[in-house]
Design a protein around this ligand. Structure first.
Ligand SMILES: [Zn+2]
Length: 241
């Protein structure tokens, strides 16, 4: 199979928890023509649920009314309504966490949602089943594969975290590869983990190094997953999931 326009390589980003640093991060992705998916907790889209990251940095959740169009051109996906450990919930509460998040985000952002990042990356069979039954085409974990193999199930393991010490080497491998098989470079993180100006500069340098290549498809998570799954089922890639 190939991705769009016959490309064999796809690059996508996945950022969790919807916080105010997403404003700067989205600007950076847009500057370099990169695409990503933002996994939001509909029950936490206000400043009142702020908290402190390492070094005392205050992290404030994104407020929808202040930034209604921030994620335009990217994908909005579920991250559950209140970010609990899903595997610890009873069946009804588990369903509520997924359905409420999906419905509220779809209403606010005027989109259809078919993707989900698992809070804390944790899950069990009941979690995956509930996600599938509520229309999710993938469930992203936090388990880094260090590889570019496309997922072959609902579970979507990332290539690496965006501050992984090996990410430069992975990028070099991805860029130099002359693969005949499809490769998906899948990077996840939280924008609030970029604390210093040096952190931001390093990540911008990384984005720049991967940008503007004709042999790479810059896509959202769901676009990559649709291309992979539709190839397996023989459906047209433009057909809605
Ligand atoms: Zn999270």
């Amino acid at each position: 199979m190939s991705f769009k326009n016959g490309q064999k390589k796809a690059l996508t980003f996945s950022f969790d928890d919807g916080n105010e640093d997403d404003v700067r991060l989205v600007g950076l992705l847009n500057r370099y023509g990169l695409k990503g998916t933002f996994n939001l907790n509909a029950g936490l889209l206000s400043h009142t649920s702020s908290w402190n990251f390492e070094g005392g940095k205050e992290v404030r959740h994104i407020n929808y009314t202040e930034h209604p169009h921030l994620y335009d051109g990217h994908e909005i996906a579920c991250h559950t309504y209140t970010h609990p450990h899903l595997e610890a919930l009873d069946a009804a509460t588990l369903e509520n966490e997924i359905v409420l998040d999906k419905k509220v985000l779809e209403y606010l952002y005027g989109c259809e949602i078919h993707g989900m990042a698992l809070p804390f990356g944790s899950y069990n069979d009941a979690v995956i089943q509930a996600a599938a039954e509520n229309g999710m085409a993938y469930c992203r974990t936090t388990w880094a594969t260090q590889s570019f193999s496309p997922p072959d199930s609902l579970l979507l393991h990332p290539t690496c975290h965006f501050l992984d010490g090996n990410i430069g080497e992975l990028a070099r491998r991805f860029l130099e590869s002359e693969t005949k098989e499809p490769q998906l470079f899948y990077i996840w993180g939280h924008s609030y983990e970029l604390v210093t100006e040096d952190d931001w500069a390093a990540f911008e340098g990384f984005c720049k190094s991967l940008s503007g290549r004709e042999d790479i498809w810059y896509c959202t998570n769901i676009e990559a997953i649709k291309a992979i799954q539709n190839k397996e089922t023989g459906r047209d890639n433009d057909e809605k999931l």
